[in-house]
Write a protein that binds this ligand. Structure first.
Ligand SMILES: [Zn+2]
Length: 397
């Protein structure tokens, strides 16, 4: 009689625990708060901007609701706002970050390491992608996109998403200038509905450097630059980095990589070629989804200033740029409809949110498809940097 009793109890307990775990999982997936629920409007709604403090709170809420995201507060910005780094990947990868970081260190600097160990790091390591948003705070679309992009990554369960989560560690800086994000949002809210709606704020949106935080990609004087540089050049070295900007209102709807010639010398030539792979994939994906006015290999030359996206090739990272056609902050613009007009879609800021999203997604998905190849490229071009023009050491197991 003792046997049935002792086995029944654990069975009941196991069934109970299993159902608890199962139902928790279902609830966790089902209960992830959408940006619309949280902010009260769809991201990219005309004349609406989410403010940085609320966006930060939203990411922490996502971290509580999903095991696919970690939120790192890297420290205070120049004026005391939290500077965040998000990591999105599979729960399995989340549980072995130390091991994956060790592989990433071997991949990003294979000098002096046994070939067999490099081969293991290539086979078992994960692709690393960084993306950053709204470095220029008046270019509002990137940061406004991040809640929606994160939500999609946490809630989609299709084959492509599963492959991304399994193969890629996706790091995102949702605002490269939180101080400016707050200033611009407050300025816009104060002026919307007045004769000043959509005009530039009459003071600079960074206490120390105004618009030129991009040029600090070389010098790292600002706290925001120090956080980003440590994350991207020391702690984790990505195979690819992309920085999302806005440009003028009346040219192309969207600029995507690659840069046009001339490129700068000194970075490994293969890194510049990799940028073309990404650009082709991104442009194809956007046009496959029906977007028009996509420009690439034009307007922005590889020979640029040493901003973040232009300096990363010299860190052996495929560093790229996107530029959305600007709106007037969150107010729509109505460009003239001429035969030459690139602007064929909606005039409002939703365009600056919904176009970068498949673009950002496409870039991560590319890494998901090509993980081993991309990691191998990083090792190969690293050897090329040691001996310019000599990539033969890239013939790894
Ligand atoms: Zn910009």
């Amino acid at each position: 009689m003792a046997i049935p009793k002792s086995t029944t109890t654990p069975r009941i307990l196991i069934v109970f625990l299993f159902s608890l775990i199962f139902s928790t999982g279902v609830n966790a997936q089902g209960s992830i708060t959408s940006p619309e629920e949280y902010f009260g409007f769809q991201m990219g709604t005309d004349r609406k901007l989410a403010r940085w403090d609320r966006i930060v709170e939203y990411f922490y809420q996502l971290e509580e609701e999903s095991d696919r995201i970690k939120v790192y507060n890297l420290g205070p910005s120049s004026e005391g706002h939290p500077f965040l780094l998000l990591l999105i990947t599979s729960p399995e990868n989340m549980s072995r970050l130390d091991e994956l970081q060790a592989f990433n260190k071997q991949i990003s600097d294979p000098r002096g390491q046994p070939t067999e160990e490099i081969g293991q790091a290539i086979r078992e390591g994960k692709a690393i992608v960084f993306q950053s948003m709204s470095l220029h705070a008046s270019e509002v679309g990137g940061t406004q996109m991040t809640p929606e992009l994160s939500y999609d990554m946490l809630t989609r369960n299709d084959e492509e998403t599963e492959r991304i989560l399994e193969n890629v560690l996706f790091f995102m800086i949702p605002s490269f200038n939180p101080d400016g994000q707050v200033m611009i949002t407050d300025w816009y809210r104060e002026t919307v509905g007045t004769q000043y709606e959509g005009l530039w704020m009459p003071w600079l949106y960074h206490k120390y450097c105004g618009h030129d935080n991009n040029r600090d990609g070389d010098y790292h004087n600002l706290p925001e630059s120090k956080y980003a540089a440590k994350a991207m050049f020391v702690d984790w070295v990505p195979q690819a980095y992309i920085d999302h900007h806005h440009m003028g209102s009346y040219g192309a709807r969207f600029y995507v990589p690659p840069y046009c010639d001339p490129i700068r010398p000194y970075a490994d030539p293969l890194v510049w070629r990799e940028i073309s792979w990404y650009g082709s994939h991104i442009a194809y994906k956007l046009e496959e989804e029906g977007f028009q006015g996509i420009l690439n290999a034009a307007q922005f030359a590889g020979w640029g200033h040493f901003g973040w996206h232009w300096i990363t090739p010299f860190h052996n990272i495929a560093g790229m740029l996107t530029e959305s056609a600007s709106t007037n902050l969150a107010s729509p613009v109505y460009p003239p409809r001429t035969a030459e007009s690139w602007r064929t879609d909606v005039p409002g800021i939703r365009g600056t949110v919904y176009i970068p999203k498949p673009l950002a997604w496409g870039m991560v998905a590319f890494e998901g498809h090509r993980r081993t190849k991309k990691i191998r490229c990083m090792v190969t071009s690293r050897y090329g940097c040691q001996e310019p023009g000599n990539h033969t050491k890239g013939s790894l197991p």
